[in-house]
Ligand binder design. Structure first.
Ligand SMILES: [Fe+2]
Ligand SMILES: [Fe+2]
Length: 205
């Protein structure tokens, strides 16, 4: 029961944007460059997409940790979720700095991802980590795309995205170390399609 309350509290904080980073934002060390309106709005929208990605990551890992079998697995998921909390806080902060706003659909993203995570956890740890590893791989690729799409002069946003990408690569490596299976191609494709829908919608709403 206590655990359920703690999970619920965490969900509400993620959705409401009341999260604190344990590590300082990588943007803090980078000077702000004045941006024109259009590239600034574009950067804010891209960061909204990333923020939604982090909302989904929180929900996925919480769902997965809830149903994971081994204590070691639950611990690894909880550790990854804590680092994703930093990402959540960093991207929210950067959206604010760019004059944007987070997605209005965050409760929906959260609920959907939580259900998917819990379902993955029920399939057993090997598949749970397979799903985690593939998620991180796709997020990594996606962030690489954002580094290409972001205004080159927006070094502050780029610092955040680069640090997130490095963390995601580590999350993937740790999932593989913990014995992730290889996901079948149709599942990987379905995940790609789902994230395409999410990124397209979140860029706008
Ligand atoms: Fe992340
Ligand atoms: Fe991650």
């Amino acid at each position: 029961m206590d655990r359920l309350i703690a999970e619920f509290d965490r969900a509400l904080r993620a959705i409401a944007g009341v999260v604190h980073a344990e590590r300082q934002s990588p943007a803090a060390a980078v000077a702000e460059t004045p941006l024109e309106d259009v590239p600034k709005a574009h950067a804010a929208a891209l960061m909204r997409v990333n923020h939604v990605g982090e909302i989904c990551a929180q929900a996925l890992y919480q769902g997965q940790a809830l149903t994971a079998r081994r204590a070691e697995s639950r611990q690894a998921l909880a550790q990854a979720a804590r680092e994703e909390e930093d990402h959540l806080a960093w991207s929210a902060e950067r959206i604010r700095e760019l004059g944007g706003r987070p997605s209005l659909l965050n409760p929906l993203w959260y609920a959907g991802s939580f259900a998917i995570g819990a379902a993955a956890g029920l399939l057993g740890d090997r598949w749970n980590f397979a799903f985690l590893a593939e998620t991180e791989r796709q997020v990594e690729e996606h962030l690489t795309g954002h580094l290409e799409a972001l205004p080159p002069e927006d070094q502050r946003t780029r610092a955040v995205v680069e640090a997130m990408r490095a963390d995601e690569a580590r999350h993937r490596a740790s999932a593989l170390e913990l014995g992730a299976a290889e996901l079948p191609e149709p599942v990987r494709l379905a995940m790609r399609l789902a994230s395409r829908v999410m990124t397209t919608v979140a860029y706008r709403v």
